[in-house]
Structures are given as structure tokens and as C-alpha cells.
Ligand binder design. Structure first.
Ligand code: NDP
Length: 246
């Protein structure tokens, strides 16, 4: 497990957007960031799940979060512009962007991979993060120190049979991170990195590995040290890295 002891106030006064914040690792990241002082913008598909996370943050005494329902598969350019305008009016800038939401798609050979599912996976996992990042750039530039984090996977570093579009989208994620990190290398205020969470006890994991005992994998809350490290000031000089949470 990546080791990092975050002070309780690590993310005080920071505005952090998390995609897929209603469930799994994104939910844990949203709760953890709020517990360390951040105002979290909860973005995701199912509004009810986002509302539950909102309530949990409020009940724990965290800073008042914001909810933005957004389906990354169907969102249009206007939805992204609306989101950016809302955040601009409300906060004027953002300090963190965690691209966490992803679609697994199907586990099947390329020969029989449904092209429609292929497009859906690519849309959610790589096209949407591109548009979201691009539209939010002006707000990231206005942060003193902004951190953009992408979520990769083991199959985004080494291809593996039947992982299809998911694997290809994670290779693209690693590439996107490297391209952008190189572009911002000389910008003092933005850094871009990837997290590979490793096997973690979530719905996606259970679906991908139905034969596995879920108890053998850590819960999302247990893999948060790297998520905190990359969002906080101790990683201000870290750019273009792909790191393992476990
Ligand atoms: P889950 O399936 O548990 O959660 C995925 C989240 O993404 C959900 O909140 C879901 O929202 C959201 N999401 C899915 N589709 C959309 C969409 N179209 N628009 C908006 N939000 C959407 O996955 P994990 O928590 O396991 O995965 C989180 C990240 O970690 C992913 O990027 C995954 O690839 C990566 N990862 C996970 C591993 C693991 O072992 N768990 C291992 C390696 C990488 P909703 O619930 O509303 O559908």
C-alpha cells in the first residue's frame, strides 16, 4: 500500500471535482477529500447516489459539497460549458480534478466485441475526460496549485485477453496524462498524474471477477493515501507519473 500520512487540514480551502463520486472508489475519494477540508464537487450519473454522499459529508461536518449530475456517456458540449459556468460563478477556480468514473464494458474477445459497447466505453473513459479537462482548464489555471488525476489500471499498462475497450481506454488514459503533463511541465501551477488503484472491493471489481472473494481486496477507503498525496501540496513537484495506490 502507498504510504502517506495526511494532516487533517491537507485540503483546506481547496475546491475538488470528483467524477463517479456516487459509488466505489470515487465515493471514498469524495468523502476522504471532504474529511481533509476540501469543498467537493460531486459529479456522477445517478443523482440519488450523489445525494447520499452529500448527506454523509454534511453529517460528518465537512464543507458543504456541490452536486452536478452528469452522464458522461451522453453529455453534450453545452452540458460541459454549463458545468464550467456554474463552477466559475460559484468558486471562480478549481484546485483538483479526479477523473475516476469509468465503464467496464464487456469481457469478450475482440472478434466478438460489440462496436456499440466499444464506443460507450471509449466515450465515458477517455473522450469525456478529454472534454471535461479542456473545458475546465481556465478554472484550473486560476488555482495556485492545481492537481489533475486520471485513473488507470493494470490493463492500461499491459494488454490482456478479453479486456477489450476498457484496456484500450486505460492505455489512452496513460497517454493522455503523459501528453498533458508534458504540456504543463513548465507551468508552475498545474500537475497531471495517473493512479492505478489496484484490485479494490467495488461493484466494478465484482463484475469483472465474479469468482473472486471480495473480502480479499481492500475497501476503497483503505487505498486513499495516494489519492490524498497527489491532491495535496506534498506532490506539488510530481508531474507525469503513473503511481500505484497499492
Ligand atoms: P464502480 O463501478 O464501483 O464505480 C464507477 C463510478 O463511475 C460510479 O460512481 C458510476 O456512477 C460512475 N459512472 C459510470 N458510468 C458513468 C457515466 N456514464 N457518467 C457518469 N458517471 C459514471 O467502479 P470503481 O470504483 O471500481 O472504479 C473507479 C475507477 O477505478 C475506474 O476508473 C476504474 O476503471 C478504476 N479501477 C478500479 C479497480 C478496482 O479493482 N475496483 C482496479 C483498477 C482500476 P453510477 O454508480 O451512478 O453508475
Amino acid at each position: 500500500m502507498f504510504e502517506y500520512n495526511a494532516p487533517n487540514n491537507l485540503l483546506e480551502n481547496k475546491i475538488i471535482l470528483v467524477t463517479g463520486a456516487g459509488d466505489g472508489i470515487g465515493r471514498a475519494a469524495a468523502l476522504t477529500y471532504a474529511a481533509h477540508g476540501a469543498t467537493v464537487i460531486l459529479v456522477g450519473k445517478t443523482t440519488e447516489k450523489l445525494e447520499n454522499v452529500y448527506d454523509e459529508i454534511e453529517a460528518a461536518g465537512g464543507p458543504k459539497p456541490a452536486i452536478v449530475p452528469l452522464n458522461l456517456e451522453t453529455a453534450t458540449e453545452h452540458d460541459y460549458i454549463d458545468l464550467t459556468n456554474i463552477l466559475d460563478n460559484e468558486f471562480g477556480h478549481i484546485d483538483g480534478l479526479l477523473h475516476n468514473a469509468s465503464l467496464l464494458g464487456v469481457r469478450t474477445p475482440i472478434e466478438s466485441y460489440d462496436p456499440i459497447i466499444w464506443q460507450q466505453v471509449m466515450q465515458v473513459n477517455i473522450n469525456a475526460p478529454f472534454i471535461l479537462t479542456q473545458t475546465l482548464m481556465p478554472l484550473l489555471h486560476r488555482s495556485e496549485n492545481a492537481s489533475v488525476i486520471f485513473t488507470s489500471s493494470g490493463v492500461g499498462r499491459k494488454g490482456s485477453a478479453y479486456w477489450g475497450a476498457y484496456s484500450v481506454s486505460k492505455f489512452a488514459t496513460e497517454g493522455f496524462m503523459q501528453v498533458m503533463a508534458d504540456e504543463v511541465e513548465n507551468t508552475a501551477n498545474i500537475r497531471v498524474n495517473c493512479i492505478n488503484p489496484g484490485a479494490t472491493r467495488t461493484k466494478m471489481r465484482a463484475y469483472a471477477y465474479p469468482g473472486e472473494q471480495p473480502e480479499n481486496n481492500p475497501e476503497p477507503a483503505n487505498i486513499m493515501p495516494l489519492y490524498l498525496y497527489l491532491m495535496g501540496h506534498d506532490s506539488n513537484d510530481v508531474n507525469g507519473q503513473s503511481l500505484n495506490a497499492q
